[in-house]
Design a protein around this ligand. Structure first.
Ligand code: ZN
Length: 303
């Protein structure tokens, strides 16, 4: 009897392990560099794909350090989807470490990159020159979706119809969301369309939806803001009566909390730029994230 039980246990182990380790082998394995791209790939790929994100929810892609498990994940994928524009500085090394055989698609290809900040209120020049946070404009994400659709079709031609249909349905949702965001932000008076975030992640959002963002940290989070940068922000909050500051889920909140205390400006809440939240948070998907950000801005700046 005992031997029978042991055999049954071994059989379970044998059947259970490979399935857990390999996932559903019928699906196309796709690795996305960060959570927002993972969500876009999931929407376009539907149930034909199995998506893993290297930089997870609520995690900072700027500070990411890939592990050996990540290079195995890349090596086992049929497609790797990245943002590009210098966002994934760690990518080349990771792809090399994984054997370099997996096709890599740049989701932002074809968008018009925004130059790094040049005006004197923004303090850190991006080393690569371009602002990578292009997904903060829905117009750009339409291009991301088309690029992801085309890349999936290339590695899985049998899914062409499904990918086209999924992408089409998602683009319709993006159109509706863009109308909704413009409507929400239209309520903010012209002299209050200005706010502070931790790092310079909302340049494309600013250009698309006419809200100005200032930040003590630059396009990346890898450098401490200088005392001069912080002093300038404080001066502008006072002189321009900027009503509210916003924290980010991927950046330490303490600096902004200190600036708020010093200026008497309010913390308006949290905006999400570089990472989604978990399922219980306010930004579990890209659509939720953009809607949440617009609503929070309208609430805090609306007057
Ligand atoms: Zn960022």
């Amino acid at each position: 009897m005992r031997r029978l039980l042991i055999c049954a246990g071994l059989a379970l182990l044998c059947c259970g392990l490979p399935a857990a380790a390999q996932g559903d082998s019928a699906k196309i394995k796709v690795v996305a560099s960060f959570s927002i791209l993972g969500d876009l790939v999931r929407n376009v790929g539907g149930d034909r794909v199995e998506v893993a994100a290297l930089v997870g929810r609520n995690k900072d892609a700027h500070a990411f350090e890939p592990s050996p498990a990540d290079s195995q994940r890349v090596a086992g994928a049929r497609l790797v989807v990245v943002n590009g524009l210098g966002f994934e500085g760690w990518l080349d090394r990771l792809v090399r470490a994984s054997g370099g055989q997996v096709p890599v698609v740049v989701a932002s290809a074809g968008i018009r990159p925004r130059a790094g900040p040049v005006d004197e209120t923004r303090f850190h020049q991006d080393r690569a020159g371009a602002d990578p946070h292009a997904w903060q404009s829905i117009a750009n994400v339409r291009r991301y979706v088309a690029n992801i659709r085309d890349a999936l079709t290339k590695v899985d031609p049998a899914g062409k119809g499904a990918y086209a249909a999924n992408a089409g349905a998602y683009l319709t949702k993006l159109d509706a969301l863009e109308r909704e965001i413009k409507g929400a932000l239209a309520r903010i008076p012209a002299d209050r369309r200005r706010t502070i975030t931790s790092h310079d992640a909302f340049g494309y959002f600013a250009d698309a939806y006419a809200v100005e963002f200032l930040a003590p940290e630059g396009l990346s989070t890898d450098a401490e803001p200088s005392a001069l940068a912080v002093a300038r922000i404080i001066r502008r909050i006072r002189s321009e009566k900027i009503p509210a500051l916003f924290l980010e889920n991927t950046v330490d909140p303490r600096l902004l909390q200190q600036i708020a205390r010093e200026t008497g400006a309010r913390i308006g809440g949290k905006l999400y730029s570089d990472a989604l939240t978990g399922p219980d948070g306010p930004a579990p998907t890209y659509l939720d994230m953009m809607r949440h950000n617009a609503q929070e801005l309208a609430k805090a700046l609306g007057g």
